[in-house]
Design a protein around this ligand. Sequence first.
Ligand SMILES: Cc1ncc(COP(=O)(O)O)c(C=O)c1O
Length: 338
Amino acid sequence: MNFASDTTAPAHPLVIEAMNRVNTGIAPSYGSDAVTARLRALLANVLETEDFDFWITASGTASNALALSCFCPPTGAVLCHEEAHIERDERGAVEFFSGGGKLRLLPGFGAKIDPQALTAALESNKPDFVHETPMHVLSLTNLTECGMVYRPEEISAYAERAKAAGLWVHVDGARFANAILGTGSMPAAMSWQAGVDVLNLGLTKTGAAGCEIILLFGAAREKFPELKARAKRSGHMPPKMRFLAAQAEAMLTGSLWTKLAGDANRMARRLADGFEAKGFKQAYPCEGNEVFVMLPSEISAKLRAAGAVFYDWPGGSCRLICSWETAETDVDALLAVL
Ligand SMILES: Cc1ncc(COP(=O)(O)O)c(C=O)c1O
């Protein structure tokens, strides 16, 4: 009954097998190996485009901070939700990597940026006025930190407005596969086709051991040399890149990543339905692999006493996350205690 986070799950056996398979012989380092080259073709297929560059890191925080630092100068700002992971949970990594860039925070239900707040912020942007900090990037998280999705048409609408104001568009896709499955949309529709310039395609939470892919699309590719230089400088240029690429290859081959995310989403749905059936309200609709439920403290204490693991969340709900390894028996055991 461990619903603490999808990061507590092991890596999928096929990922470990893939790492073992590439663990033979000499291979060029720093991403010049054959596995990383093969991954490019696989990514092109999954994303339905050749117009991209990519880099792999081992953590979502590194991916977000590295990517954003290429688009936000020290004197600029990134527009994001006030509950965004980059704001609440990364210890100022974006500010650190960008050398002082700010985060400008916007409200909105379910950690989705409110469209009117976005419009107001963009209208107030004065890039040439030296006394204010101009915005350079709009960052969206999909799934959001409250487990909700941005649909392709929402991303397009946000991106169009951001671009009209001269901003780049970044997506923190730590749970991108869960969002794809939650919307029933293709990866392309949820990224470059919707105007996303830079995507952190997270695979760790989905079932890899540690593999997050920064993707630069279209015009954003001009930042690729800078991204590599910053990766090197900050210690995110793994010499044995083949082991990270092998993880991605295993996940993206034969749709393993979407199968695993689909399994996690289904378990979250089962949990959410079980809570609803017993009269416990959800704080946010379950649209991926996360459930936020309002539980009286005596009930959450009893669940924990029976062995369930989950977090209290700001706003008064309890957060339960399902992973690729969550079994129906885990969900049903918790609901039985409930
Ligand atoms: C939405 C989101 N983005 C980024 C991250 C950062 O990932 P990592 O813990 O690998 O640095 C997390 C981790 O929980 C996350 O939930």
